[in-house]
Every structure is written in structure tokens, then in C-alpha cells.
Design a protein around this ligand. Structure first.
Ligand code: FAD
Ligand code: NAI
Length: 468
């Protein structure tokens, strides 16, 4: 029987990164992953295959089309007869995914990680090791890392299939739907709704809550709603969906909104109402792996489950369902297994929504800071007063900094605007060092760059923004 120091179940961002770091630290490591793309093994999990990467590829392609139609003329560039070739767009998307998933396979070879394609199932404890069924063959491992990720949550009234799709279906429509329904105004609803709207779909978003972006700062959510509505996304908040019926040509969705019953007809329906932990096939029940009431694997601060020698990381343990959170947990756990001080700072995890404009934040919102009884000061600066943004022709949005009123420590950063996915990194780095808004304000920022907006927002916490 093959024997390993570390066996990782799941090859997504949590699992593949844990495997690489474990191998770097000298552990004999294997990773068993069941994901298949086009009938073939494909490492990288949800993120690389059907999540982060293909969605960003489609966001970029569709944004180019949108800019060409609406923004280029202002720059003096006239283009006639532009059209969308969905097949080519999907081909490009697939090529990007191939490169990255192939890259993970390369990194496994480079780090001498044994890659096993198929299901991994905990079988039994064997002394201080575990026997795992890895794609039908039993292997032995001293440490087992469960990194089996998450799956889309289905609406009981509207099981996936036919015209009702989850993220992977929504990334592979072979033509632009005329009328697209989206249930859930969350991150997927906003990103993929934006993709198909830009390509020509009429998009209606049905959301159960009275508003959206509840985790974001109120100022950002308000600005986002205004801008997305202006683009033509048709939001309906506080809806209660009572019936979903599909036939050959599309889907009818019946819902109540402000006590009015409405039936809307769509060519396609994306259901994006969150994700659930994926533990099927893992043998959790048989070996007594403890799950919480929502099905997430229960872990302590060292990612230890209730079973000695079995650990869990990534989406399957809950918290922010983000690839970078999953990756950092993979690194931290491998380092802990090696006796090092692995650590993830959950207080400073950046969130980015890759719409146009982009939205990015980290740390506390103004409301959260006030609810904690903190005395705070805030500073805001608009892209409309930034030279580079004017040059780009995209002056939407602003940056907002929240700092402690007494100590000046940075508590939160909230941005909406072009390129904010890249701007958030510097603030996160300063927050990671426990820095202040003064630190951010005193850092020399190149001119002209969008990053000057962040500096000015930091200066604005002390009412000394220079260009406003
Ligand atoms: P996963 O990526 O889900 O990987 C788990 C892997 O384990 C899968 O390959 C699965 O097949 C395999 N597996 C499951 N059970 C078994 C088993 N028993 N045996 C063997 N293998 C098994 N996050 C971001 O940070 N940025 C983004 O831009 C972003 N965009 C997203 C867009 C979409 C459309 C979606 C759906 C998600 C997006 N996410 C994004 C979230 C991100 O994809 C997840 O947080 C991330 O993939 C979680 O990583 P993971 O390794 O925990 O799980
Ligand atoms: P989400 O949690 O972001 O949003 C789900 C939305 O659906 C919520 O607004 C919720 O109120 C609503 N909802 C729930 N039940 C409903 C119902 N019955 N009727 C109408 N609305 C309902 O989940 P989403 O968009 O599915 O994404 C899942 C996760 O994937 C995200 O939370 C995020 O962790 C990850 N993701 C991250 C991205 C990024 O980092 N850019 C991009 C896409 C996904």
C-alpha cells in the first residue's frame, strides 16, 4: 500500500496550495481530486474550472465589447458593425482555464506531488495514520487534509437542469439569452448577470432581501445599485418566489413583490443563491467526521477536525467562500503540520466583485465599526477628481477609508471604481502591519495613477485631501 505523510482530498485552491506547501516543507504528499472537465481530470477545483477564472475571462471579454460600443467614440475611435462571437469567447475562456489547470498539474510534478484522479474517501484509522480510498485504491497517510470545497445551492422549487443553470451552465451559454432571469443578487448574480447584459441580454435579478451587497459598506452598496441600474440590470428586491416552471422554450418564474403576484418569462434562469459545503463521497458519516448544522466540517483554530490526524480547510469549513482565503488556509495548515506558526488573519480578507465598476473592500464597514462602539473617522475621495481616471474616461466611484479616531489605525477600506481590484492590495498590506491612515497618506504614490485616490481618501480622514 502506498504511504504518504500528507494526503489532500480535493485539488481546488485550498487543496492544491496545501499540497504544494506541504511538499515544499519536505512532506511526501499526494492529492486526490475528482474534478473532470470535458471528460478529463482537471486540477484547480471550482475556482480554476468553473468559478473565479472562467468568470473573469468572460467579464473581460464582455467588458471589451461594452467599451467598444459605449466608450470608444468619446476617445475618437469609431467602430462600426461590432458583433459578438459567443463560440470564440467560450473558446478563449476555455483556453485560459486549460493554461491554469495545466499549470497546477505542472506544479504538482515540479514538487513531486502524487496526483490521483478520482474520489477520496476516509476509510479507517490505522494506528496514528489513516487509510483512504483514493480512486478505488487504498493508500495510507499520516495527515489527511479535507479540502472538498462547495457546490451551488439549488432552489428546491427550481432544480438545476434544462434552462435552469448554476455557475458552470451560466458560463457556457452557447448564445446570448434574449431574456435572462437571475435569482439572487449576490456576487455571482452581479458578475454573471453583468456578463450577459453586456453581450445583449435583458437581465432581471430577483432578490429575497430588501437590498443587496449586505456585507459591503452602505455607501458602496448605494453607489453600486445606482450604477448597475443605470447599466440596465433590472433589480427586484424583497421578492418571494413561489413557482418555477420550465418547458422547451424557457422558464416561467412566479413571485410576489410588495404583495403583488408577478409571473416573468425567461429564456434562461441562473440560480445563484449561495453555495453549500461539499462532503458527499467523503465517507464522513461512516468514520464519524463531525459536521455542523449547515453541513460544514467542524474545525478548531488549527484546522483540526474531531478525528485525530484529519484536518479541513477552504469552502468546506465555511467562513468567506473565497479562493484566496482557501489558499491561505492551505499554506497555514501545511506550516502548522511542519511545526511552524502558520496563521491566517481573518480580520483582513479582501473581497472583490469584478463588475464594472469593480467593488473591493477589507476590514470593518462604517456600520460594523460603530456597532462595535469604536470611535472612528472616515475619509472619502472620488475618482472624478483623479487625473488618471479622467484620462481613462472612467470617473465612476470613490474610495473610502475608515480609521480609529484616537489611534488612526486603519480599520476598513471600501472602494467602487475602475481597477479597485488591484488598488486594494496596498491597503490590505498596510492593515496587515497594523498601519494607520497617516502611513497610507505619507506613502508616495506615483502620479498620475488611480492609486492616488486611495492616498487622498486617507488624507481625507484628517480633512486634508489635497485635490478636493
Ligand atoms: P473547490 O475549489 O470547490 O475545490 C474542491 C475540489 O475538491 C473540487 O475539485 C472537487 O471536485 C473536489 N472534491 C470534492 N469532493 C471530493 C472527494 N471526495 N474526493 C476527491 N475530490 C473531491 N473566489 C474568489 O476569491 N475570487 C473570485 O473571483 C471568485 N469567483 C467565483 C466565481 C464563481 C462563478 C464561483 C462559483 C466561485 C467563485 N469564487 C471566487 C469562490 C471560489 O471558487 C472558492 O472559494 C474556491 O474555489 C474554494 O476553494 P476550495 O479548494 O475550498 O474548493
Ligand atoms: P451570495 O451569497 O453572494 O448571494 C446569494 C444571494 O441570493 C443573496 O443576496 C441572498 O439573499 C439571495 N437569495 C438566497 N435565497 C434566495 C431566494 N430563495 N430567492 C431570492 N434570492 C435569494 O451567493 P452566490 O452569488 O451564489 O455566490 C456564492 C459564493 O461564491 C459567494 O458568496 C462568494 O463567496 C463566491 N464568489 C466569489 C466571487 C468573487 O470573489 N468575486 C465571485 C462569485 C462567487
Amino acid at each position: 500500500m502506498d504511504s504518504y505523510d500528507v494526503l489532500v482530498i480535493g485539488g481546488g485552491p485550498a487543496g492544491y496550495v496545501a499540497a504544494i506547501r506541504a511538499a515544499q516543507l519536505g512532506f511526501k504528499t499526494a492529492c486526490v481530486d475528482a474534478f473532470e472537465r470535458n471528460g478529463k481530470a482537471s486540477l484547480g477545483g471550482t475556482c480554476l474550472n468553473v468559478g473565479c477564472i472562467p468568470s473573469k475571462a468572460m467579464l473581460d471579454s464582455s467588458e471589451k465589447f461594452e467599451m467598444l460600443q459605449h466608450d470608444f467614440a468619446e476617445h475618437g475611435i469609431n467602430v462600426q458593425g461590432a458583433s459578438v462571437d459567443v463560440a470564440q469567447m467560450l473558446k478563449r475562456q476555455s483556453g485560459v482555464v486549460d493554461k491554469l489547470t495545466g499549470g497546477v498539474a505542472f506544479l504538482f510534478r515540479k514538487n513531486k506531488i502524487t496526483s490521483i484522479h478520482g474520489l477520496g474517501r476516509l476509510v479507517r484509522q490505522d494506528g496514528d495514520a489513516w487509510i483512504v480510498d483514493a480512486a478505488g485504491t487504498e493508500v495510507k497517510a499520516k495527515h489527511v487534509i479535507v479540502a472538498t470545497g462547495s457546490s451551488p445551492r439549488a432552489l428546491p422549487l427550481a432544480p438545476f437542469g434544462g434552462h435552469i443553470v448554476e455557475n458552470s451552465g451560466a458560463l457556457t451559454f452557447t448564445e446570448v439569452p434574449g431574456k435572462l432571469g437571475v435569482i439572487g443578487a449576490g456576487v455571482i448574480g452581479l458578475e454573471l448577470g453583468s456578463v450577459w447584459r453586456r453581450l445583449g441580454a435583458q437581465v432581471t435579478v430577483l432578490e429575497a432581501l430588501p437590498g443587496f451587497l449586505m456585507a459591503a459598506d452602505d455607501a458602496i452598496a448605494k453607489e453600486g445599485l445606482k450604477l448597475f441600474q443605470k447599466q440596465g440590470l433590472d433589480f427586484h428586491f424583497g421578492v418571494n418566489i413561489s413557482k418555477v416552471e420550465q418547458d422547451d422554450s424557457g422558464v416561467s418564474v412566479t413571485y410576489t413583490e410588495q404583495d403583488q403576484e408577478v409571473t416573468a418569462r425567461f429564456d434562461k434562469l441562473i440560480v445563484s443563491i449561495g453555495r453549500v459545503p461539499h462532503t458527499q463521497g467523503l465517507g464522513a458519516d461512516a468514520v464519524g467526521l463531525a459536521l455542523d448544522e449547515r453541513g460544514f466540517v467542524k474545525v478548531d483554530h488549527h484546522y483540526r477536525t474531531n478525528l485525530p490526524g484529519v484536518y479541513a480547510i477552504g469552502d468546506v469549513i465555511g467562513g468567506a467562500m473565497l479562493a484566496h482565503k482557501a489558499e491561505e488556509e492551505g499554506v497555514a495548515l501545511a506550516e502548522m503540520l511542519a511545526g511552524q506558526a502558520g496563521h491566517v488573519n481573518y480580520d483582513v480578507i479582501p473581497w472583490v466583485i469584478y463588475t464594472s465598476p469593480e467593488i473591493a473592500w477589507a476590514g470593518l464597514t462604517e456600520k460594523q465599526a460603530r456597532e462595535k462602539g469604536l470611535s472612528i473617522k472616515t475619509g472619502q475621495f472620488p475618482f472624478s477628481a483623479n487625473g488618471r481616471a479622467l484620462g481613462h474616461g472612467d470617473t465612476r466611484g470613490f474610495a473610502k477609508i475608515i480609521a480609529d479616531a484616537q489611534t488612526d489605525k486603519l480599520l476598513g477600506v471600501h472602494m467602487i471604481g475602475g481597477g479597485v481590484s488591484e488598488l486594494i492590495g496596498e491597503v490590505v498590506a498596510i492593515m496587515e502591519f497594523g498601519g494607520s491612515s497617516e502611513d497610507l497618506a505619507r506613502t508616495v504614490h506615483a502620479h498620475p495613477t488611480l492609486s492616488e485616490v486611495v492616498k487622498e481618501a486617507a488624507l481625507a480622514t484628517d480633512k486634508r485631501a489635497l485635490h478636493m
